[in-house]
Design a protein around this ligand. Structure first.
Ligand code: SF4
Ligand code: SF4
Length: 216
């Protein structure tokens, strides 16, 4: 004959169980409330929070992305699409040979792990603190290069434009170029369908450097 299970002493008599349940509710009534008044009041994120990506620029406004696709290969969610292209003297987006012509991140796939920014050799790709990425449309969750590209700061001219006269790509990474050369103007983005206007400036192609390259 099988033995009766022993009393452990942990079970309560049946009538106490509903009361114990109310006890949990009662204790919670006196705890500090954790309700956050989002979106009216937003909490500050940690400084190294992994939010929306950003494609960074050099101090003169040229783009840091060289279209190498390392970020796309590093992504475990296959969320990044990159197409590189060659710069020309007439249409230059980055100081070196190549630039990222097409750049997209699909936030319906991205898990904000940050592996892509670790893989980027030029620090072109970093992550911001922006986290409000929700959308009801899948198409809207695919961010394009135009959306991801950093805004212009003081001393920058929007790409495409010529490299700082008298410098090369290495000088940009050494931090020797700290602003756009005086008189630099944006070139015509023919690859994006812009039509050259008569008399458009081509400053910087043949002219000697008249501005300063600081830190040399
Ligand atoms: S954060 Fe992670 S998942 Fe998102 S694009 Fe970068 S590597 Fe891919
Ligand atoms: S963001 Fe960085 S890793 Fe990705 S294509 Fe551009 S340079 Fe390469």
């Amino acid at each position: 004959m099988a033995e009766e299970p022993k009393e452990t002493g942990q079970t309560k008599p049946g009538f106490q169980n509903p009361v114990a349940g109310f006890g949990v509710t009662f204790k919670a009534m006196f705890k500090k409330r954790l309700t956050e008044q989002y979106p009216e009041q937003q909490k500050t994120t940690a400084p190294r929070f992994h939010g929306r990506h950003q494609l960074n620029r050099h101090p003169d406004g040229l783009e840091k992305c060289v279209g190498c696709e390392l970020c796309a290969w590093a992504c475990p969610a296959d969320a990044i699409y990159v197409e590189g292209a060659d710069n020309t003297d007439e249409e230059r987006y980055s100081p070196g040979e190549r630039y990222g012509r097409v750049y997209q991140i699909n936030y319906a796939r991205c898990i904000l792990c940050g592996l892509c920014i670790e893989a980027c050799p030029t620090r072109a790709l970093t992550m911001t603190n922006e986290f409000e990425l929700a959308d009801s449309s899948r198409a809207n969750l695919i961010y394009t290069k135009e959306q991801l590209l950093a805004g212009l700061e003081e001393g920058m001219v929007d790409s495409p434009h010529s490299i700082y006269p008298g410098t090369d790509e290495q000088d940009y990474y050494r931090g020797l170029v700290t602003e756009a050369a005086p008189g630099t103007t944006r070139q015509v983005a023919v690859s994006k369908g812009e039509v050259p206007q008569e008399g458009a400036s081509t400053f910087g192609e043949d002219e000697p450097a008249s501005g300063k390259v600081t830190g040399r």
